[in-house]
Design a protein around this ligand. Structure first.
Ligand code: GTP
Ligand code: MG
Length: 190
């Protein structure tokens, strides 16, 4: 897909702040620090559009980016960051769940899993929710550049078995590996 424009539109904490123009949305979900914001920047080839950080918990609101004036990328806050307070953790659940269950225009959920790790309990919980709700989903294994080809192959198998995911894309935001495959899926749902 040719990207002619990509702009940050707004940060939302509650449904009344979500965009109201009904355009299709592609949402990025995964644990804190897994590489959601980096994936968004890499797909758009815009370095600082979504803010990234070494510190987990960087993205704490739901951020909407308008692409080509015709659909949104939605950067959701990461889950499972142990060092935020209990109340913030349940805020996450509430914020994400409210978003996920109230957007008929949600065209695709991109679920990110760190290629180096097995899916966590929270990854599985989210997976169960997605399967239960029949939401269209693509699993992306991030930071694939950190593994050898052999270990990456083993990891992808563990992740796809663990989540029962048929299609899985190995991605590196550093190198751009996987970009075409992810765009292909996005284009198909749009
Ligand atoms: P939160 O907003 O805190 O939930 O994190 P996030 O999921 O948005 O992660 P973010 O994109 O901020 O990336 C976290 C860290 O991982 C940053 O230091 C990134 O540079 C690094 N990172 C992300 N993707 C990759 C990748 O594909 N390869 C490598 N080597 N590092 C990556
Ligand atoms: Mg982020």
């Amino acid at each position: 897909m040719k990207i002619t424009s990509a702009e940050f539109i707004k940060s939302a904490f509650a449904p009344e702040h979500y965009p109201t123009d009904q355009l299709p949305e592609i949402a990025f979900l995964g644990r804190s620090n897994v590489g959601k914001s980096s994936l968004i920047n890499s797909l758009l080839q815009r370095k600082g559009l979504a803010r990234t950080s070494n510190t987990p918990g960087r993205t704490q609101s739901i951020n909407f980016f308008l692409i080509n004036g015709s659909f949104y990328f939605v950067d959701l806050p990461g889950y499972g960051y142990a060092r935020v307070s209990k109340s913030m953790r349940s805020d996450w659940g509430e914020m994400a769940e409210t978003y996920l269950s109230s957007r008929p225009q949600l065209a695709l959920l991109i679920q990110l899993i760190d290629a180096r790790h097995e899916p966590t309990a929270l990854d599985r919980q989210l997976n169960d929710w997605i399967v239960h709700n029949g939401a269209p989903r693509l699993v992306v294994a991030t930071k694939s550049d950190k593994l050898s080809a052999n270990n990456l192959r083993k990891s992808l198998k563990i992740i796809s078995d663990g989540l029962g995911a048929e299609d899985l894309v190995a991605y590196s935001s550093e190198k751009g590996t996987g970009r075409d495959a992810v765009w292909k899926r996005i284009a198909a749902v749009l």
